[in-house]
Design a protein around this ligand. Structure first.
Ligand code: UGA
Length: 443
């Protein structure tokens, strides 16, 4: 089938390449000529495991093309995926200007039936706004070409996006038109083989499902982070509590890992946007507000622990940081806990020596050259001349370090584990003080 994707960001690229992989003819459109040039010359603007290889093989096979030509895009695909950004406005609500600009472009160039498929995470009611926008343009141009707007939210996890798209646990299709539903069912058939994962619903429920899923997951994390602070106060061990509650299948083990807060481009933005949507309709979403507030506070927990340990004397200290990305297997540092920590350390007059397996260039891009940020090429080098080690991101390569090597390279033998991924008893056996989340330090 012929598919057009507007937006070659994270969701657009993954959607485009996966649809091409199963044999569709995909044309990706972006207004940024630099991005399109890069993609056309074999580059990839983001890091995602497996993406690069799949883009190159599908380009070579001629099933995946990139262009800035919106008209060609509208002519090409029966399916017009909208996968452009919805950055937060100053008040946290989603800014729809890019989504509506694509809707206008499609309306201007459309000469036969088209299905507009919303993949961007958009507030409830956006599909109706997209449809209104198309109708307005058509009225202005004196045309009436048939179209449908479908909500088909994406549930990809960064770092596992290809796998999530190829083997989804659900495919949500929101449309009131049975014919459109059948066309989407056919498009998704290669991803929907073993049992039916396609869930058909009305447009607004599909739009809300996306926010509900992310808000629920963020709530689980904030709940555990809140509990971790209570565990510390009462002298309990949050890791024992986690295992104890996770064994109840109604609660489950997933997404109940306490840590130094959630980041990324989705949870923080989506929780805020849902709360703003509710408020705009006269409903105060108290729980969502608390989820956000708890997360905000949890991102400062590592700084507070360091500050307590050093008796408020962080000025002139050097702190080693392992992990800069908001989670493993990505170079994405949007809303990452590492940023809150580094910025607080700088404010207190400390220096940072940091290592991340893939996010070093991103850190350079964000912070530029500065004397209080030293980016090093391997984990152990971060420790040279450092007064403490802080683990911020749960990369698997940080999970079983050589504690003796850490002990001999650090100036002061102390580790702060912001994700509870290290074996504290081994750290202590090597002569290190081990400070973690939601339990007493091991000295
Ligand atoms: C999230 C959702 O998990 C996806 O289902 C969704 O499609 C995506 O947002 C989106 O809306 O596009 P993502 O932001 O890639 O995916 O990352 P997650 O793996 O969910 O991790 C989010 C954050 O939560 C990370 O900072 C992670 O370290 C933290 N986390 C996760 C915890 O602190 N504890 C946990 O138990 C799990």
């Amino acid at each position: 089938m012929d598919v057009t994707i507007f937006g070659t960001g994270y969701v657009g690229l993954v959607t485009g390449v996966c649809l091409a992989e199963v044999g569709n003819n995909v044309l990706c459109i972006d207004i940024d000529p630099h991005k399109i040039d890069l993609l056309n010359s074999g580059g990839v603007p983001i890091y995602e495991p497996g993406l690069d290889e799949m883009i190159q093989s599908n380009r070579t096979a001629g099933r995946l093309r990139f262009s800035t030509d919106a008209k060609a895009g509208v002519e090409h695909g029966l399916f017009q995926f909208i996968a452009v950004g919805t950055p937060p406005d100053e008040d946290g609500s989603a800014d729809l200007q890019y989504v509506l600009a694509v809707a206008r472009a499609i309306a201007e160039h459309m000469t036969e039936y088209r299905i507009l498929v919303n993949k961007s995470t958009v507030p409830v009611g956006t599909a109706d706004r997209v449809a209104d926008t198309v109708r307005e343009v058509q009225a202005r141009l004196g045309r009436t070409v048939e179209f449908d707007v479908v909500s088909n939210p994406e549930f990809l996890k960064e770092g596992a996006a290809i796998e999530d798209f190829m083997r989804p646990d659900r495919i949500i299709v929101g449309t009131d038109n049975p014919r459109t539903a059948e066309l989407l069912r056919a498009l998704y058939a290669p991803f929907n083989r073993s049992h039916d994962r396609l869930m058909l619903m009305d447009v607004r429920s599909a739009e809300l499902t996306k926010y509900a899923a992310n808000a629920m997951l963020a709530t689980k994390i904030s709940f555990m982070n809140e509990l971790s602070n209570i565990a510390e106060a009462v002298g309990a061990d949050i890791e024992k509590v986690r295992v104890g509650i996770g064994s109840d299948p109604r609660i489950g083990y997933q997404f109940i890992y306490p840590g130094c807060g959630y980041g990324g481009s989705c949870f923080p933005k989506d929780v805020r946007a849902l709360e703003r949507t509710a408020r705009g309709l006269g409903y105060e979403a108290e729980l969502l507000r608390a989820v956000e507030a708890v997360n905000f506070r949890q991102k400062t927990v590592l700084f507070r622990k360091l500050n307590d340990y050093f008796g408020g004397e962080l000025g002139g200290k050097t702190i080693a940081i392992w992990g800069l990305s908001f989670k493993p297997n990505t170079d994405d540092m949007r809303e990452a806990s590492s940023r809150v920590l580094m910025e607080a350390l700088w404010e207190a007059g400390a220096r940072v020596r940091a290592y991340d397996p893939v996010a070093m260039d991103e850190a350079r891009r964000i912070y530029g050259e500065r004397p209080d940020l030293i980016l090093v090429n391997d984990a152990l080098s971060a420790l040279d001349g450092a007064d403490a080690l802080v683990v911020v991101t749960e990369w698997s390569q940080f999970r079983s370090p050589n504690f003796n090597a850490i002990r001999s390279r650090l100036r002061i033998p102390v580790i702060f584990d912001g994700r509870n991924i290290l074996d504290g008893s081994l750290a202590r056996a090597a002569g290190l003080t081990y400070v973690s989340i939601g339990r007493a330090p091991l000295k």
